[in-house]
Design a protein around this ligand. Structure first.
Ligand code: IPD
Ligand code: CA
Ligand code: CA
Length: 266
């Protein structure tokens, strides 16, 4: 796409390169479902390989930038104002089960603010990208959040905590309240894509608690650049540090926030 700034060109190239390995490995996972050993170790190797490709490509193109990666953790850079926040495989459970809904997520933080994001689903070849002030795109198409004004006619994405995760009781309260007030709830299993779906107007809103920075870093820029409103569960700007996020157009964000708050306090 001709609109790409130099840094976006770098991010897209890194995502596409890492995606090639994931595409190959995803094909193999389907065979491993029926093997005695199962695909577990294979998937975690695929995840690490993808992260290595991203790390190498981004370090080569922007030496000095720091990293926060799901697998490799923090790598300090000489340049203290820039940091890549990376999830090499968001939607691991889907990948493991042969469900073609997962993504590579790359966010760029500058002086504590998210300024660019790429979310790429290598199976559907959907590449979502956004840069602060430049708009959000799905491949070549400009994205805008949906314009629905009522939560009751909205489709809302969410994340459901599973075994080993906190917040089960809170989620059940929230789910009960939201389901009574929407046209449909979806749990797709890859937070980066959930946020991209809100940017693309497919979901009217989304919320999830207890996320990691790499699950939402890129998606925050996508939603904002598509004209959406983003906050933490408490309505603040501390999504990355609090781990909670609520997104939607301004009206849906407000209604969803209100319903969730009432549910938690009820
Ligand atoms: C997970 C996905 C999922 C969300 C979880 C995340 P992973 O990331 O984004 O949608 O509900 O909280 O941990 O483990 O597949 O990279
Ligand atoms: Ca993730
Ligand atoms: Ca992951």
């Amino acid at each position: 796409m001709s609109r790409h700034t130099p840094v976006m060109t770098v991010m897209v190239a890194a995502a596409r390169k890492a995606a090639r390995g994931l595409q190959r490995d995803f094909g193999e996972v389907e065979n491993l479902q029926v093997s005695m050993k199962g695909p577990g170790d294979f998937v975690s190797a695929a995840d690490k390989k993808a992260e290595k490709v991203l790390f190498e490509e981004l370090s080569k193109a922007r030496p000095g930038y720091g990293f926060l990666m799901e697998e490799g953790g923090v790598v300090e850079g000489a340049d203290k104002s820039h940091r890549w926040i990376i999830d090499p495989l968001d939607g691991t459970t889907n990948f493991l089960h042969g469900i073609p809904h997962f993504a590579i997520s790359i966010g760029l933080e500058r002086d504590g603010q998210m300024v660019a994001g790429v979310v790429y689903n290598p199976i559907t070849d959907e590449l979502y990208l956004a840069e602060k002030g430049q708009g959000a795109f799905l491949n070549d198409r400009r994205l805008r959040v949906a314009v629905r004004r009522e939560l009751t006619s909205s489709v809302i994405g969410c994340g459901i905590p599973h075994i080993g995760r906190p917040g089960h009781e809170t989620f059940i309260k929230e789910e009960r309240a939201v389901m009574l007030n929407t046209s449909g709830l979806r749990r797709m299993g890859a937070a980066s894509l959930d946020l991209a779906y809100v940017a693309a107007g497919r979901f009217d809103g989304f919320w999830e608690a207890a996320l990691a920075p790499w699950d939402m870093a890129a998606g925050i820029v996508l939603v904002r650049e598509a004209g959406g409103t983003v906050s933490s569960i408490e309505g603040r700007d501390d999504m990355i540090s609090s781990g909670g996020i609520i997104v939607g157009n301004e009206m849906i964000h407000a209604q969803l926030s209100k319903v969730l708050k009432a549910a938690r306090n009820g």
